[in-house]
Ligand binder design. Sequence first.
Ligand code: TRP
Length: 503
Amino acid sequence: MSDERESIHGEWSGSFSFFLAASGAAVGLGNIWKFPYVVGENGGGAFILFYILFLFLIGLPLMMSEVLVGRRGRQSPVNSFYILASEDQQSRRWAWLGGISAITGFLILSYYSVVAGEVMAYTVRAATGSFTNQSADGIQSIYNDFRANPEGLLAWHTIFMVITCIIVARGVRHGLEKTVKLILPVIILILIAMVAYSVSTGSFIEGASYLVDFDFKKLFFSRDKTGIYLLNSHGEYQFTFKGILAAMGHAFFTLSIGVGVMIVFGSYLARNTSITRVCVSVALVDTIIALLAGLAIFPIVFSYELSVTQGPGLVFTTLPIAFGTMSYGNLIGSVFFLLLFLAALTSAIALIEPAVTWLIEKKKITRVQATIKAGVACWALGIVSIFSLSGATLRQLIYNLGSYLDISDIDIRHRIFDLTGFQILDGLITLVILPLTGLLIAVFVGWIMKPESSGAELNCGKAFQYRIWQIVVRYVAPALILIIFIAGLIEWVSKYLLYQPVL
Ligand code: TRP
């Protein structure tokens, strides 16, 4: 049955193109900007251990599940779920899952593009020597000034969205495939060159051991803003799920799961490719690149005696100090930010693709029209994140709006008001929506689809291999996701939503 279906959007010229596009989606700001700082915040190797565990125990089987759904359905996530559910006589409401996924990708792109725009601006700054001989305070104020300037952020966000949309509008082969074929090798070459440079800094061993140094205390126990461990009323350390939840959330984020991308890319994939093999390769490439990014960044940070626990500012406020001091710093710094930009670009084209295919199918419009519609909407939504980057928390925004709004009903003692719109969007997506869509996908392929359908599509032929995958998507992945998700949610609610005196 499924053999007769064809994708109306086009097909990859071969399975290697799928591999490149999926790796391009997976390798992004998550690997180079986010991974090093979450590792730094959550105890180095201890975090990485859990991250790799989740990556291969939950992430990989779910990625295979998404590709399977797409290749069998051959349409946008919405219609692929619809077709597969109908085929196996199940509720067509499963199409909703495809819709939620596509919308999530779109939401991610709205803030991803803002950060990518910032990366572009930093490429130019590094090249023109803005960081040369700047003190840490100088670099911090460059960063603060940039983030406090909405027009600048908006301009870069606009440029990034336009580039993304031009590529996507050109179609599967001429746009997506050509771009990843060109960019992915460049990303790998730049990373290897950066690691080679790091080896020469003299702090390579220190940086590398940070990646394998298991600081479980940092992973499992709460600290306050200044890094001091919190004690409960019995004088014991306070256990927290935050680190483990972050490891799971990042495993989803980095493999690009839960937003329908792998479904769409799977729908352009030829029938005779082994889904298992190509997905394992993508997960490996993604992990290796994240580790290489750590190996490139940590030694530089250590050799200039800077701190790795800077949070999201790590690459924007810490690394430029090093770039400003080292010889050839302008060159090395701009090449580093160029690397981030290229990695972000191959992810951005993937993030918008599910929404574009859905629009084409639903509204019967051309790819160019669909891309413009999705692109403009995403661009507009990005403005929310632009205002957050200046650091304005919800509390400040409400105070500012106080004279226009009647805010007497809002109890702003909750800590949630100390967050910015960007933090809420990112937190909601990585910690809530991605795990939940992942859980539902596992339920769909494990329990709703008939084993004959999923088995035929995974075409591993080997009953044993299929059985392992089935046990993981039926029991292991859903159980793990649920436990971690619920524990994390309880903690989050008690921290941010229950009454707590604002310190
Ligand atoms: N994986 C990307 C990264 O590591 C980010 C991302 C999350 C993504 N979900 C996605 C990219 C979906 C493309 C499609 O930066």
